[in-house]
Design a protein around this ligand. Structure first.
Ligand code: ADP
Ligand code: MG
Ligand code: MG
Length: 301
C-alpha cells in the first residue's frame, strides 16, 4: 500500500514567474481511483507533471511525499523504517518512477528499429535497476560492482536481477491478454504509425508492465471512439483490480467515469482543488458545468 500526498503545493513556470499551482492538497493511495477534473488551463496537467518531476516547473512551496509500506515491492526489496517516506521533490524523475510513480508520456517519440517489446523490457529493467540503487544507497552499502562492458540497453544482454527476453515475453503476453490487446502490437516499432487510440492503449500497457503503485493518466480518454474508450477503461480498471495501482485520472469530460468509476472526484480551479466529493460530483458537473463550482467557491462565476 503506497500513498502519494501533495501538501499545499505551489508551482510556477521554471523560466518565468507565472504562478500555476497555488496550494494543491491531494492524497491518492494504492487501490483508489481519483478523478481530477476542471476547466482548461486550471492546472491539471501541471499537477501531473510536477508529480513526475518535469523540469519545466519550479516548486515554490509545499511538498510531494510518497509513503511506502514495508512490503511494497514484495520480497524484491527490503524497505527499512527510515525509507518508508520519500520526499519526491528531492528525486529525479527516473527515481520517482522506480518508487512506483507512473506518468504516461502522451506522445513518446517514434524510435526507428525499436519494437514495443524491446522498449517495454528496457523500461522495466531500468526501473528494477534504479530501485535497487535507491535502496542500496539509502543503506549506505555501496558495493563495488563489476560493471563489465557498456552495452546498449537495447541489445538484450541480461544482467543479474534483470528480466530476460523469455521471461519478459511471458509477462507481456499475460498483460496483453489482460488488456485484450492484439499480440501483433508488441512486434510493432515504437509508435510508428500508431493511431491515437493505440497510443492510449499503449500507455495502459506500459502501466501494466511497470506495475506502478500510483499511475497518473492525463486525458487518456481524449480523442477515443467509444469502443477504444471501453478497452482503455477496462485496462485502467485492471490496473487497479489486478495489481492494486492507485489511479489519478485526469479528465475534462465525465464520459470515461461511466467506465472507470472513481472513488473520489476533485475539481481544480485556478491552480487549487476547489471541491472534492464522490462520483455524484462528476455527474453534477456534467449537468451544471464548472461555473457552478466557481460560484459556490468564490460566490461569483
Ligand atoms: P490543464 O491541464 O488543466 O488544462 P495546465 O496545467 O496545462 O492546465 O496549464 C495551466 C496553466 O499554466 C495554463 O494557463 C498554461 O498556459 C500554463 N502553463 C502550463 N505549463 C506552462 C509552461 N511550461 N510554460 C508556460 N505556461 C504554462
Ligand atoms: Mg495533506
Ligand atoms: Mg491538461
Amino acid at each position: 500500500m503506497a500513498r502519494l500526498e501533495l501538501n499545499n503545493l505551489h508551482a510556477e513556470v521554471a523560466d518565468g514567474d507565472e504562478k500555476i499551482l497555488e496550494g494543491v492538497d491531494l492524497e491518492v493511495q494504492s487501490g483508489e481511483i481519483h478523478a481530477l477534473m476542471g476547466p482548461n488551463g486550471s492546472g491539471k496537467s501541471t499537477t501531473a507533471k510536477v508529480i513526475a518531476g518535469h523540469p519545466a516547473y519550479e516548486i515554490t512551496e509545499g511538498e510531494v511525499l510518497l509513503h511506502l509500506e514495508e512490503n511494497e515491492f514484495g520480497d524484491e526489496v527490503e524497505i527499512d523504517e527510515d525509507q518508508r517516506t520519500w520526499d519526491l521533490l528531492d528525486l529525479e524523475p527516473n527515481e520517482r518512477a522506480a518508487l512506483g510513480i507512473f506518468l504516461g508520456f502522451q506522445y513518446p517519440a517514434e524510435i526507428e528499429g525499436v519494437t514495443m517489446t524491446n522498449f517495454l523490457r528496457t523500461a522495466l529493467n531500468a526501473k528494477i535497476e534504479e530501485r535497487e540503487e535507491l535502496f542500496e544507497e539509502e543503506e549506505g552499502d555501496e558495493e563495488e560492482e563489476d560493471e563489465g562492458f557498456e552495452t546498449s540497453p537495447m541489445e538484450g544482454d541480461v544482467d543479474e536481477g534483470e528480466v530476460g527476453v523469455a521471461e519478459f515475453q511471458q509477462i507481456l503476453q499475460e498483460k496483453m491478454e489482460q488488456l485484450d490487446m492484439d499480440e501483433k502490437f508488441a512486434q510493432r516499432y515504437l509508435n510508428a504509425g500508431f493511431s491515437g487510440g493505440e497510443k492510449k492503449q499503449n500507455e495502459v500497457l506500459q502501466a501494466a508492465i511497470l506495475e506502478p503503485s500510483i499511475a497518473v493518466l492525463d486525458e487518456i480518454d481524449s480523442g477515443l471512439d467509444i469502443d477504444r474508450l471501453q478497452d482503455v477503461s477496462e485496462g485502467i480498471n485492471a490496473l487497479r483490480d489486478e495489481q492494486g495501482t492507485g489511479i489519478l485520472q485526469i479528465t475534462h469530460y465525465q464520459r470515461i467515469l461511466d467506465y472507470v468509476e472513481p472513488d473520489h472526484v476533485h475539481v481544480m480551479l485556478d491552480g487549487q482543488i476547489a471541491k472534492s466529493g464522490g462520483p455524484e460530483l462528476a455527474e453534477k458537473l456534467e449537468d451544471k458545468g464548472y461555473d457552478w463550482v466557481r460560484e459556490d467557491v468564490y460566490g461569483t462565476a
